[in-house]
Ligand binder design. Structure first.
Ligand SMILES: [Zn+2]
Length: 108
């Protein structure tokens, strides 16, 4: 008997074969759901389009809002200092770039 999962979108992957793609491409009908998914286990998005194993949505970690705000504040500070003396504060420029990358990643 098949169990039909609510169609989902977003990044998904199959732990069995390594397939990665969009959840829209997984097979929403899961055969023998009760035998394959234990109670309390993370609910699969569906069956892997490549191998038929269970595919799951990839959970995007929630960026900690306080941490992000602190990072932005730090970056503002860094920028102010870098402006004063670019040559002397090369390492601050590097730190600024690193903070910028982290912020962009968290907000993606
Ligand atoms: Zn697979």
């Amino acid at each position: 008997m098949n169990t039909y999962m609510e169609p989902a979108t977003g990044p998904a992957e199959c732990a069995a074969c390594g397939w990665k793609g969009d959840a829209i491409d997984v097979e929403c009908a899961i055969a023998d759901f009760g035998d394959r998914v234990a109670p309390g286990e993370i609910c699969p998005a569906g069956e892997c389009p490549e191998c038929g194993a269970l595919a799951h949505l990839i959970e995007k970690p929630d960026p900690a809002p306080e941490l992000l705000a602190a990072l932005k504040a730090l970056r503002t500070e860094l920028r102010a200092h870098v402006k004063l003396d670019v040559k002397r504060h090369y390492s601050l420029m590097v730190a600024d770039a690193a903070a910028g990358t982290a912020i962009a990643k968290a907000e993606a």
